[in-house]
Write a protein that binds this ligand. Structure first.
Ligand SMILES: C[C@@H]1N[C@@H](C(=O)NCc2ccccc2)[C@H](O)[C@@H]1O
Length: 451
């Protein structure tokens, strides 16, 4: 169907900026703001829900929430320390919340008084973070919530002429802020949009289209997530013809596609994930602590996304004073140590097109390369790894990536089916670099499995 504000392309972008994004594979999400101070508690009660939603879950009147800005001193904030830890964690890009749903801005915006310049901290946190992360060689993306609980002209739905007029004022405000961010921080590589699910935004597909156009005029090569976009009819992420809007699919929030679902590889995509079960902002309660994911679980997710040609954006919620939770820092270091040894299987890699999902982990491969990597995340109890190679291929060698590299002798069970003895290694996540060759002509054909 004819659309004015639908997808602007059918195929993935092939320019250098997009190729750089997809080669990153692993990124850091950072949710930080006023919500990090109460950290899931209000008047002594723990609220077991996302800490950045506390204003709503605890029914806090907006003026009372806004008062938190007067306590925001962030005395332990150190952009360079955040960036150095991020570099050690192995991330290649970082996405920072500039304004979350509560409307509080981490930069001195000229369009509102509700910003970090008007706090005891009196700092441009976004400016400091952009500079520090780029000094550490990490690309920066900016998160912006269209949903804004603070702004008087925000509307969830448009039921009257007054609603329409107010929400027009709100969209003008948001466009002004986005242009302001692009002009203040022109070195950022992209924008990550959130809070676009309400009827009011879905009824303004043209505005979402204009935002993408305007920001890409200001910053050539800019990358914009699909979550910004609605089309003429209010369809989100994908337009009413099923075509992806924006530059990559950003609908995977705290969930990953099925590891065998190769359909997701047709477009660029990114999954974002929390360390605790369901809080993006720092939550100080036992509920969040009890549900933290381990390094092994998160490494599995990194390899899972890579194996389907997607990026994995792991969220960190710094504490209200600007310090990093020591448990998060330790986790970041563990992941970084693994990537230092095994990153060849992740960075710049994607789906191993001819290799089926093995169940015990993931195959990854660089496009147009012969080399395939096997990331073993679920050890077979028999401690023998079975590899079903693509038909017509045989396994010459399997080399363990970690130091010292260990070459295993593949045992041929049947043509294209091989076994590796894993020995007693206690390591959690092993990566093998696989060397294959064309198998000799088969004297027999595979039995027909459809009996
Ligand atoms: C990236 C995350 N998105 C925000 C959020 O509101 N998620 C809750 C939600 C997720 C999906 C549909 C509606 C609401 C969370 O607060 C994080 O910022």
């Amino acid at each position: 169907m004819e659309l004015n504000y639908g997808a602007s392309r059918q195929q993935p972008r092939q320019d250098a900026a997009m190729q750089r994004f997809r080669e990153h594979r692993f990124g850091q999400f950072v949710h930080w703001g006023l919500y990090a101070m109460p950290a899931g508690y209000w008047q002594g009660t723990e609220y077991r829900f996302a800490a950045e939603f506390l204003q709503k879950t605890a029914n806090i009147p907006e003026p009372e929430w806004a008062e938190l800005a007067q306590q925001f001193s962030a005395e332990a904030f150190d952009a360079d320390a955040w960036a150095a830890l991020a570099a050690r964690s192995g991330v290649k890009y970082a996405t920072f919340t500039t304004k979350h749903h509560d409307g509080f801005c981490l930069w001195p915006s000229q369009y509102t008084d509700f910003h970090s310049g008007n706090t005891p901290a009196a700092r441009d946190f976004i400016g400091e973070l952009v500079a520090a992360y780029q000094r550490h060689g990490i690309d920066v993306y900016l998160y912006y919530s269209v949903l804004d609980w603070h702004h008087p002209d925000w509307r969830y739905r448009l039921e009257s002429a007054e609603d329409q007029q107010a929400f027009k004022r709100y969209l003008d405000f948001a466009m002004n802020q986005l242009v302001e961010l692009a002009q203040r921080y022109p070195s950022v590589k992209g924008f990550w949009f959130d809070g676009t699910w309400d009827e009011s935004v879905k009824a303004n597909g043209r505005w979402t289209w204009e935002v993408e156009q305007r920001l890409k005029e200001l910053i050539p090569g800019l990358i914009v997530s699909s979550r910004l976009r609605a089309d003429d009819l209010g369809a989100r992420h994908r337009d009413s013809n099923g075509s992806l809007m924006g530059d990559y699919e950003s609908g995977y929030e705290r969930r990953l596609p099925d590891p065998w679902d190769r359909s997701v590889c047709e477009q660029d995509w990114e999954a974002c994930m929390t360390i605790p079960q369901a809080s993006w902002g720092y939550h100080a309660g036992p509920w969040a602590k009890r549900t933290r994911k381990s390094a092994a679980e998160l490494i599995d997710m990194i390899a899972h996304c890579t194996s389907l040609s997607g990026n994995f954006l792991l969220n960190f919620g710094p504490r209200g004073d600007g310090s990093i939770d020591p448990e998060d820092a330790a986790l970041a270091e563990q992941i970084g140590n693994w990537l230092a040894q095994n990153g060849a299987a992740i960075y710049g890699k994607g789906v191993a097109t001819n290799w089926s999902y093995p169940g015990w982990g993931y195959y990854t491969q660089e496009a147009d390369s012969e080399t395939v990597y096997a990331v073993v995340t679920k050890w077979p109890t028999a401690r023998r790894l079975r590899l079903q190679l693509p038909a017509g291929e045989r396994l010459l060698a399997a080399t363990l990536l970690r130091e010292p590299a260990l070459q295993l002798n593949p045992q041929e069970l049947e043509t294209s089916l091989f076994e590796l003895e894993l020995g007693n290694s206690s390591e959690e996540t092993l990566v093998f670099e696989l060397t294959t060759a064309a198998a000799e002509e088969q004297s027999w054909t595979e039995p027909n499995p459809d009996v």
